[in-house]
Every structure is written in structure tokens, then in C-alpha cells.
Design a protein around this ligand. Structure first.
Ligand SMILES: [Zn+2]
Length: 72
């Protein structure tokens, strides 16, 4: 769900808004449209999960990784 953070340049109010399409964003406090968009914090964690079963290898062809793409 696209939630963006905005900051009003006029009064400094910070607010979040669900954005669908390209609506006009106005400050909920002073109704100024002079707002700047901040980056959404969604999906910014960047944490990689370690592969499950890493180090097992394929027993048929010896390829590394549990999901062998060489011999199926
Ligand atoms: Zn404002």
C-alpha cells in the first residue's frame, strides 16, 4: 500500500497520506499545497534471509545449494 510522508513547507506540519494515482496533496492543517514529499519507509529494510539448508548441496550432481537447478 503506497503510504507517503509529506511535510508542509508553509507550517511545517508532517503527515502521511495514502496515495492512489496522482492526487493533489494538501496540508491537513493549513491546507497549503506547498508540501514536499518524503520517501516512504516501506520495503527499506534490505535484510537478506540466509538460505535454508545452505551447505547441503545436491546429492546427485554436487552442485552447491539445496535447490539444484542443474539436475532438478
Ligand atoms: Zn501546513
Amino acid at each position: 500500500m503506497p503510504i507517503f510522508e509529506y511535510k508542509c513547507k508553509s507550517c511545517g506540519e508532517e503527515f502521511e497520506k495514502l496515495v492512489f494515482g496522482n492526487p493533489e496533496i494538501k496540508c491537513p492543517k493549513c491546507e497549503s499545497s506547498d508540501v514536499m514529499k518524503k520517501f516512504s519507509v516501506f520495503g527499506m529494510s534490505g535484510v537478506d534471509k540466509p538460505f535454508a539448508g545452505q551447505g547441503g548441496g545436491c546429492s546427485s550432481c554436487g552442485s552447491s545449494g539445496s535447490a539444484c537447478s542443474s539436475c532438478g
